[in-house]
Design a protein around this ligand. Sequence first.
Ligand code: ZN
Length: 389
Amino acid sequence: MTTGYVFHPEYLWHDTGTSAGLLPAHPLAGVQPAVHIENPEAKRRIHELIYASGLIHELSIIEPRRATEAELLRVHTSEHIRRLKTQSALRGGGDAGDGFSPVGYGSYDIARLAAGGLIELVTAVAEGDITNGYALTRPPGHHATADTGMGFCLINNIAVAARHAQTELGLARIAVVDWDAHHGNGTQSIFYTDPSVLTISLHQANSFPPDSGQIRDNGVGAGAGYAINVPLPAGSGHATYLYAMTNIVIPALDRYEPDLILLANGYDANVFDPMARQMLTADTYRQMTSLLKHAAERLCHGRLVAAHEGGYSPFYVPYCALAFLEELADTTTHITDPLAAIVAGYAAEPSLFHQRAAVDEATQLLRRINPPDTATHRRHPTVKAAGNA
Ligand code: ZN
């Protein structure tokens, strides 16, 4: 088993400017310039910890390339691509569409490098060069819809990679699991009428975007039943997330029988995160990854490809990422979560009644997922299986 890793220094050069957290600085409104919450720091520290821990020596480095415009147009409108180019050409930077998604000078080409990095990783998995992988990309993608950037996201990297996998790699059924603390609205909207991509989002209820990702939002038309949302109450922790993984995410994957699992891998449900109010620890990410990895091994030759999304605690996110990546690569390093003793109480917190009830309510969605039509569905028609014996 080999785990691929995608990174490029340019990912850290995406300039999100001087916003105060997420508010664009505005002197007349009294918003003082500061540092945008989606800045390089957490990502830089993850990358450095992957090297400092020695984990890098057990990974297969996959070089990113810039996605072509044609690859982006499989998912995004030409108007959105034109906007990104225009905003990216401004010396002072611009915005990707919602007023909260900074586009730095030249960021369009960095966003293409992020989407292309994920394309290369999915390709390496499909061709059997590696079993699974992690793209530590930036800017993030899961809030971007077909026609606009949103929530710090410019291009929906996962959607672009999913369409590439279907169009070029012969992988027919794709499952997208999104455990970022916020709703994976962009990915969901792109595939809302399409049963060939199952989207499953665990997120903090009523966070971002507002009123998005309710249980009733379940896909329409041919895609009815193929958007799964599990809005978890604020304060949900280790036990509730594992309960949701065990009772919703894994059974949904088992019913769907995907050819590839993509993971929108945000760490902002961690207990120290400033952008959400969930209580996950590094060990939670390790255990959730174990469940997902074993599902991928059972269902699709281990094909599990993760794209980095949110995660805004620079001091804690790297340990969550290391736990995730160690588990993905089926190894451990000498680095353990130095905050484990501090967060042990959070992890020990039992799942509360209203938290379990939110998960239980979503189990009604499982029966709407149908397995592949065995008469027409040729499993893995053009690719060789990754070695997962
Ligand atoms: Zn998020």
